[in-house]
Design a protein around this ligand. Sequence first.
Ligand code: C2O
Ligand code: CU
Ligand code: CU
Length: 498
Amino acid sequence: MTKRFHMSRRTFLKVAAGGAVVVLGGGYLFRDQFLNDGNPSSTATDVIRGQRLPIPDLLTGTEIDGKQVYDLTMQQGSMVYVPGKQTATFAYNGNILGPTLLMHKGDEVVINVTNQLGEPTTTHWHGIHLPAIMDGGPHQIIDDGSTWQAQYTIMNEEATFWYHPHLEGMTAEHVYAGLAGLLIVKDPQSELALPDQYGSDDIPLIVQDKIIDADGSFNYPGTNFGVKGDQFLVNGAVTPVFDAPAQLVRFRLLNGSNARFYNFGFSDDRQFHQIGTDGGLLERPVPMTRLRLSNGERAEILVDFSGQQGSQVRLMSFSSELDGINPVYNSNALDNSTFDLMTIDVVSATANPTTDLPASLATISRIEEDQVSRTRSFELEMGFSGPMTINGVSMDMDRIDQTVKVDDTEIWEVVNSSDMPHPFHVHDIQFLVLTRDGSPPADNEAGWKDTVLVMPRETVRIITRFSDYTDPDHPYMFHCHILEHEDAGMMGQFVVVA
Ligand code: C2O
Ligand code: CU
Ligand code: CU
């Protein structure tokens, strides 16, 4: 498994103002790359589909000296996706993905992360507010055979977070091999009546795509612009079947794919409600029929199956309805289509179902722009023959790009100067989206977020406050969450200082 970003043999082309295709830099244009972005198709023809949706184990931790202690082991595993073939994987505590960590606001948690992969990596707590040295970014390397202990207090709001490797240059491959899990934060003070029976009416959905070869292996082609597969996995099973109770069901959606975006919806175009964003609940449920999620983003939705026992509906991605995600030089056939992710069979309701959609969910204390002490700009660029950059430079482990003063409120203005969309993610904090090309965000993006999609040539302004933790020596990351872009250098580092 090796890969570095390089542009040789890529199609160096750009759409000129008039829409004509111009070949740049002496590159030459392959008709098939032009149509399908260079990612190969799966060579397996008999991939096993339609298994019951696996529900990751729930780890509640063990209380030791007033702390909740969790144990994770990164290990090599084996799955069967093609009859009679073994698929080599990486996973936490099992064969694919990892257990869901359940944590409560106010808890002090200790997570022992043991590495038995046979190679170094890290484990990052995506979306969690914590000291930089506990973040699990590229500097907190866990060598093969060793255990890293992360320890922090949960200060986040009730929401769905996740954990995954973050080794410099290797994040994409490690996640693709199967390393990722959810981290659910609950607020013991909450009095909201939301579906919360894990695995019954409160369902995690980790959505990923893979290329599966005839020998059963996950094919990681290392495609420069991002690896996109044509097999869709939910919680590690290819287009599985979920038995939904005939009642209000909460889905916790994570786009855990390396590079593909999803435009979620149902085969009958039914309405559902988004109740949560990356880092918290929305003020009120937002009705919708489509939900766009880019890499690393999460959303909690409520879907009402009441009275529908015996019926079937499919969770799908209406990717072809997404505007602007397919620049001509990187067109992926499936991004121009509509495809199934999961079949839902509606079965009998549970004993005490949650029946009502709450009218209001949370109070979001908006940060006022007049509290801002500083505005910073981040320009995302991808050269046609060079590296991926932010503000003109690629990630350098030895360079701190930004220094923030603790307790400052800042606006970060993210400018996408490229022709590809980039999901911009910031460690440590949750932010609010102020504007998208000058307009306020859609209702379903008007909550706490740690990852925001910035479309080609778009500017997104976010506002946040950096609080509690300072450390001049250990940085947090900001980066594009298309994992191949991150590994190719579209990442930078910031420290929070006193
Ligand atoms: Cu999902 Cu830098 O992380
Ligand atoms: Cu993160
Ligand atoms: Cu990107």
